[in-house]
Design a protein around this ligand. Structure first.
Ligand SMILES: NC(=O)c1ccc[n+]([C@@H]2O[C@H](COP(=O)([O-])OP(=O)(O)OC[C@H]3O[C@@H](n4cnc5c(N)ncnc54)[C@H](OP(=O)(O)O)[C@@H]3O)[C@@H](O)[C@H]2O)c1
Length: 279
């Protein structure tokens, strides 16, 4: 087991390596808050940043990447195609706009953000970007089993990932098992700590495990995700938390601990339902 966040990769179904832990920047304010968070993360050894057009901070993500002094090719960068652009058939334009804001000429992973009307055409357009090597991998977010089945029936290109909500509060295991099964699609856990404003991190059911392994609730939860084989993208704007969240490759949870955390599942989402969203 590698103990270093920098070297812990998962190989996606198209052969591209992705660092298993990345920094999410949803609700991280544009400007210095984002550029600093990105630079702190890269200094702490992260090599994977997860943003989206709709987060409104792509420029600052690009700034933080440049401020880190790392080479572009040493960072795995994800951004996402927003729903309005999907509905308007603007995949190509939206992609170029994201590249401009990020100050880069390729994206490592480009994702459909939600299964908005028109996603089938958007997928075809993203396949073209992939074939043209403008992106190293393409995938989806918030796709349920039936969306994945439809995608499989219309396209020979498998999504490299499905980025979906998963946390001790909303484990989402059935969908994850489906992806990890014969489909061979990796899953990225979003809102892995229960999301901003959530109560997962203060759940008393984590206390005994935290004492036993001498780690914080956030570290225990992130470790639980990692041992489930997920890619995980916690968000924080605080330097010490960003560093803390990366120190999850040098301890192990036993089967009882894993079961205890999985049993916290209430089936209640923090975010929106992919089968019923209005944005
Ligand atoms: N595809 C999608 O539809 C979708 C939807 C939601 C999220 N995402 C992605 O997933 C990423 C993560 O999800 P998220 O931002 O919703 O929530 P999250 O990562 O589960 O939780 C973030 C919250 O946890 C706090 N936190 C982080 N580390 C902590 C620590 N060590 N100790 C105590 N508190 C800590 C943060 O506070 P501070 O920032 O104040 O430290 C923030 O309030 C997003 O940033 C985004 O990239 C994708």
């Amino acid at each position: 087991m590698s103990e270093n966040v920098t070297d812990t990769m998962i190989t996606l179904n198209n052969g591209v390596d992705i660092p298993q832990l990345g920094l999410g920047v949803f609700q991280t304010p544009d400007g210095q808050a984002t550029s600093q968070a990105v630079t702190w993360a890269l200094q702490a050894g992260y090599r994977h940043i997860d943003t989206a057009m709709i987060y409104g901070n792509e420029e600052s993500v690009g700034q933080g990447m440049r401020d880190s002094g790392l080479k572009r090719r040493d960072i795995f960068l994800t951004t996402k195609l927003w729903n309005d652009d999907i509905r308007a058939g603007r995949t190509r334009e939206a992609f170029e706009e994201s590249l401009d804001r990020l100050g880069t000429d390729y994206i490592d992973l480009y994702l459909i953000h939600w299964p908005a009307e028109g996603w089938q055409q958007a997928w075809e357009d993203m396949e073209e970007l992939y074939t043209q090597r403008r992106v190293r991998a393409i995938g989806v977010c918030n796709f349920q089993k039936h969306h994945l089945e439809e995608l499989h029936s219309i396209s020979s290109t498998k999504p490299a990932v499905d980025q979906v909500e998963s946390s001790p509060q909303f484990v989402n295991q059935e969908l994850i098992d489906y992806c990890h099964g014969e489909l061979r699609v990796d899953v990225e856990a979003y809102s892995p700590l229960g999301g901003t404003g959530g109560s997962v991190l203060t759940d008393p059911r984590l206390e005994a495990i935290c004492r036993k392994v001498d780690r914080s609730p956030a570290q225990v939860i992130l470790r639980w995700h990692i041992q489930r084989g997920l890619i995980v993208i916690p968000k924080s704007t605080h330097k010490e938390r960003i560093e803390e969240n990366a120190r999850v490759f040098d301890f192990v949870l036993d089967e009882d601990d894993m079961r205890t955390i999985s049993a916290m599942d209430s089936g209640v989402r923090h975010g929106s339902d992919p089968d019923n969203f209005d944005f």
